[in-house]
Design a protein around this ligand. Structure first.
Ligand code: GUN
Ligand code: ZN
Length: 478
């Protein structure tokens, strides 16, 4: 069987991929709107017109309604919902986590998903919530793993998802992922994270996702279960999540909430609509509030901004500018910033995956000082071998005739060989006044470079005497 997931372009741990299903190939990262088979707030056919290439629905809801169940078994899922692209089905595990009990056997609901021709079926896993005892997380994981192994034994035409659980124990998540990756799954959802997202615990979400990714390796397609808020997509994609599902577009609409890439607003508190989708162009907030179709219209706007953000994430990966988008998005909310700061702690992991050369690096905020390119240079700077007299300067037209080497000084990199100044990443666009993080990173790298070349005489000529003092103070080796 040819590989069902092909990676075409990379940026950070994120990638543009191609996932092949019986109902067509989709490009990832992709957002699957959740379709409620009882109540289509936006009919599935119109979802396609709005740009949805793939949807997800709940097989348990279909299974429990005799009329829907029979129709699905007769016509298949695609005709039932009126959507001819790929459809993923969930198993009812989420109902299990909310209501505690469901009325089907694991293999029964899996077999039903195959019979109605789901493109990606999900076995009945146990979505263990965050912060439970280790004993509970381990014992539920054991049950999930047993059901998953049983699921891979089934004869099946379509794709099979292997959800990764393990609550908020990074080692359990990593172990679960490592175990599943060698079984016969096609997609790997990270589950049990909805409560983390609902409570804005994005730093814990980063821990959970990164651990699962470390266990899975970079080649496997990953679905972040329940991630539907557009402000999250850049962060999740940067960690290597490929699929998202949004019930949020409809759930928030029902609560009168208006999604933006910066967060959620209550429609009743808005004076202007900042978006240019057909709904926002045609209505004022007051008109939307009064409309009998308020929920449907709001759902359309919410889905519009979500799909738009997914396309922007894809373009950013193609351009190699996903870190910039990440900084912008994560500076919209302090809890998102917590997520990015936690991701910075994983810079070594990111650096290992982020190997491509890109368009000019933009230094945008203190977080830029932790970019993989900066970390990589800092880590390898001791490989630069120098002799004799070396000039460290930030003036390109300075007289360097008496020197054996010239190094340019540029935060956040610090000193680097002048010959590289036009090449990536040293051709970075940086602010005229570097922030503290850039200066600290620059001085640190420069110190490493000097320590690695102990016999060399360094002359430091920097326009900003402050830097000279900083470098001299830090690098007091002569
Ligand atoms: N939907 C949201 N979270 C989960 C999960 O952990 N498992 C399944 N199957 N569906 C989900
Ligand atoms: Zn809009």
């Amino acid at each position: 069987m040819p590989d069902r997931f092909e990676i075409l372009h990379k940026d950070l741990a994120g990638r543009i991929g191609r996932l092949s299903t019986p109902h067509g190939t989709i490009e990832t990262p992709e957002l699957m709107p959740v379709v409620n088979p009882h109540l289509q707030l936006i009919p599935a056919g119109e979802l396609a017109e709005m740009g949805a290439n793939m949807i997800i629905t709940n097989s348990y809801i279909i299974h429990q309604d005799p009329a829907l169940r029979n129709e699905a078994l007769e016509k298949g899922l695609h005709d039932l919902l009126g959507f001819q692209g790929p459809i993923m089905t969930d198993s009812g595990a989420f109902q299990l986590s909310v209501y505690g009990d469901i009325e089907v056997q694991p293999l029964q609901i899996l077999d039903f998903q195959f019979r109605i021709n789901s493109d990606i079926a999900v076995p009945l896993d146990i979505p263990t919530p965050p912060d439970v005892s280790r004993e509970r997380a381990e014992s539920e994981l054991l049950v999930t793993e047993g059901r998953l192994e049983e699921a891979t034994d089934q004869n099946r035409p379509n794709l099979l998802a292997g959800p990764i659980q393990g609550s908020t124990y990074p080692d359990l998540r990593e172990r679960a992922a490592r175990h599943l990756k060698d079984l016969n799954f096609d997609v790997f959802p990270i589950g049990g994270v909805v409560p983390l997202m609902e409570s804005y615990r994005f730093e814990t979400l980063v821990d959970v996702v990164v651990s699962a990714k470390k266990g899975l390796g970079s080649g496997a397609p990953v679905h972040l279960f329940g991630a539907g808020h557009p402000m999250l997509f850049a962060l999740a994609a940067a960690m290597g999540c490929d699929l998202f599902d949004s019930a949020a577009y409809a759930l928030y609409a029902r609560q009168g909430r208006y999604l933006t890439v910066h967060g959620t607003r209550k429609l009743e508190e808005m004076n202007y609509l900042p978006c240019s989708c057909p709904v926002c162009l045609k209505h004022s907030p007051q008109e939307l509030m009064k409309s009998p179709d308020k929920t449907k219209l709001l759902a359309r706007h919410n889905l519009h901004v979500s799909l738009q953000e997914i396309r922007l994430v894809r373009q950013s990966i193609r351009d190699g500018t996903l870190w910039n988008l990440l900084e912008c998005r994560c500076r919209s909310h302090p809890r998102m910033l917590d997520g990015l700061i936690r991701l910075k702690c994983e810079s070594r992991w990111l650096e290992g995956l982020d190997t491509s050369s890109k368009s000019t690096l933009f230094y945008l905020s203190p977080e830029s000082a932790a970019r993989p390119e900066v970390m990589r240079y800092s880590r390898r700077v001791d490989r630069i071998s120098l002799q004799g007299n070396v000039l460290i300067t930030d003036e390109t037209n300075t007289d360097s005739t008496d020197f054996d080497h010239v190094l340019y000084f540029k935060p956040p990199f610090g000193a680097y060989p002048a010959e590289l100044s036009e090449t990536y990443p040293f051709n970075a666009e940086v602010p005229l006044e570097p922030d503290d993080d850039a200066q600290v990173a620059a001085v640190e790298a420069t110190r490493h470079l000097m320590e690695a070349n102990p016999g060399v005489h360094f002359a430091i000529r920097l326009k900003k005497s402050r830097w000279t003092e900083l470098v001299n103070a830090e690098c007091n080796m002569r």
